[in-house]
Design a protein around this ligand. Structure first.
Ligand code: SF4
Length: 381
């Protein structure tokens, strides 16, 4: 009988075999992106750049992020600038990206970095993870890319790639699965190139191992290792359980305008789009008569009203379905309302007490959430 040799080699796990292949592929194929360019900056600056780009990339596509990223860093080139900028200006810089709490948290984190770390971005993973608004993914990305700390950065792209390569039918919506993948990558992370490896995994997920059945397996550097490809399961993986259906809210949005000024209201300081400016709106779909009556109750008198197209905006848990009206106000009344709103300043307590500003001021100063994007063009026509 042949004795099993203790020398007999165990097969190298796929998750280890793929490391050099992905690093090699990434070196050749990586996209040139603004946050990957600045090599001659300090580690703190690099961490700041990676952090800004990662937070922005959590909410929109790479191409859409580029102009925001450039504009943001031109306006706030250092962590100190972010820590000290006035909130209204900060929100204006974020306008269009949505999830405004993320940038508010970035400012809080920048303030912690200024106070507790003398303006130097901490490089220890645990310290970065403890900053406001930074989760394991962002902490992993910043620490590995900026400081070479061997920690993983697991986002949806990475979960998809790993699930497919290992043909795992686990539910990637579950935190336990994310933790398991993080642990596996932590144990196998190449110590000499953690930032490159994390980016290689993300890049493969973003450009080759893409979702929705259009993965480009023929040009994938790890296709010969990939179990989903081998077993014909690429279309079935990854498995992601559906979230609860979104709640639908119906609203009537009003562009109340005189010749030059438009009414804005400030949202409450808590909840969805907290503290941001918005166009006046009312719950439910109202008809013309109902709108005019409601305005009258608020002491606002219209001389003309025109219905605008319907619009929809999707948040993570809620969907707004909106009906709009362009309401022309009497000029004499506009003057009174403007005077009143100037006297009240920004300390408006009730949504019905509007602030009247020009379209130019809106462009320069007031951040209007993209939920209202469909109605924004009507402020100047
Ligand atoms: Fe993804 Fe296809 Fe590459 Fe597998 S072979 S990792 S499914 S792109």
């Amino acid at each position: 009988m042949k004795m099993k040799s203790t020398e007999e080699k165990k097969p190298i796990p796929i998750e280890i075999q793929m490391i050099p292949l992905l690093l090699e592929w990434y070196k050749k194929e990586k996209r040139s992106l603004p946050w990957r360019e600045a090599t001659s900056v300090s580690n703190t600056q690099r961490a700041y750049h990676v952090w800004v780009s990662e937070i922005m990339l959590q909410q929109t596509r790479v191409e859409a992020v580029k102009p925001y990223y450039t504009r943001f860093l031109e306006a706030l080139p250092t962590i100190e600038d972010l820590a000290t900028v006035e909130e209204e200006r900060l929100l204006k810089l974020w306008e269009g990206l949505g999830y405004y709490n993320r940038v508010r948290n970035m400012q809080k984190a920048a303030q912690v970095i200024m106070e507790d770390y003398q303006g130097e971005f901490p490089k220890e993973y645990e310290k970065v993870l403890a900053l406001p608004g930074i989760g394991s993914y962002t902490a992993g990305a910043v620490c590995s890319i900026s400081f070479g700390v061997p920690v993983p950065a697991v986002d949806g792209n990475v979960l998809r790639v790993i699930s497919r390569v290992l043909a795992k039918d686990w539910d990637i919506a579950k935190q336990s699965v994310k933790t398991e993948v993080e642990q596996m990558l932590l144990e196998t992370m190449p110590k000499d190139a953690p930032g490159e490896y994390n980016q290689a995994l993300m890049e493969l997920g973003a450009t080759v191992c893409v979702p929705n059945g259009i993965a480009k397996c023929e040009s994938c550097p790890v296709a010969h290792l990939c179990l989903a490809y081998k077993d014909g399961k690429v279309l079935q993986l990854p498995v992601k359980s559906q979230k609860k259906p979104r709640r639908i809210e119906e609203k009537t949005v009003l562009i109340l305008k005189g010749q030059e000024q438009v009414a804005l209201a400030k949202r409450p300081n808590k909840g969805l789009l907290a503290g941001l400016w918005e166009f006046p709106n009312m719950e439910g779909f109202l008809n013309t008569r109902e709108v005019l009556d409601r305005l009258k109750e608020q002491g606002v008198f219209a001389i003309r009203i025109r219905e605008l197209p319907m619009a929809k905006h999707i948040f993570s848990h809620v969907e707004w379905h909106m009906k709009g009206y362009l309401v022309q106000l009497d000029e004499t009344e506009m003057k009174n309302l403007s005077k009143k709103s100037r006297e009240k300043g920004d300390s408006l307590k009730e949504a019905k007490e509007y602030t009247y500003v020009s379209a130019k001021e809106i462009g320069a100063k007031y951040a209007i959430p993209s939920a209202f994007a469909a109605y924004k063009p009507y402020i100047s026509n």
